[in-house]
Design a protein around this ligand. Sequence first.
Ligand code: DLZ
Length: 156
Amino acid sequence: MAGIISSVKGNSKIRLDNKRFAIVVAEWNEEITGALYEGAYQALRQLGVKEKHIIRKDVPGSYELPLGAQWMAEQKEVDAVICLGCVIKGDTPHFDYICQAVAQGIMKVNLRFGKPVAFGVLTTLTRQQALERAGGKLGNKGEEAAWTVVKMLEQR
Ligand code: DLZ
C-alpha cells in the first residue's frame, strides 16, 4: 500500500504492549463495519497490542461516532481511538450531511484530547464499493486506520 502508514504494517517502532486502543463501531451497515472492525483488531494484535487493551464501543450509526470517540478519548488510559463506519449514498442529500458532520466531529475529538482518533469511515456510492474496501480487493480500511493511529503514536 502506498503512503506513510505502509511503514507500520506488521511492525511498530514503539512498544505497544502497554498501549490501550478504543475501537468505536457504527452498527449501520454492520456487515461492512464488522469486517472493518476485524481488520483493525487483527492489525493491532499483530503489532503486539494485548487483547485486554482493545476496547470495543458500538454506536447506532456513523453520525454517533464523534460522541462515541469522545467518550473513549476522555478516558485517561486510552491512548488512541479508531472510528469505523460505512455511509452509503442514497437518493437524498442525507449522505452529505452525515459525512460532513462525522469528519468534522472526529477531527474535533483529535484536537480536543490531543490523541490520535482515526477516521475509518467508508463513504461510498454503492455497497459493492464498500465491500471492496472492507477486506475485498482494495484492502481493509479498518486495518489502515489501526496503522494510522499507531503511526501517530510513533510520531509523538
Ligand atoms: C439514517 C442513516 C442513513 C440513511 N444511512 C446511514 C449510513 O449509510 N451509514 C450510517 O452509518 N448511518 C446511517 N444512518 C444513521 C445515522 O448515522 C444516525 O445514526 C441517525 O441519523 C441518527 O442520528
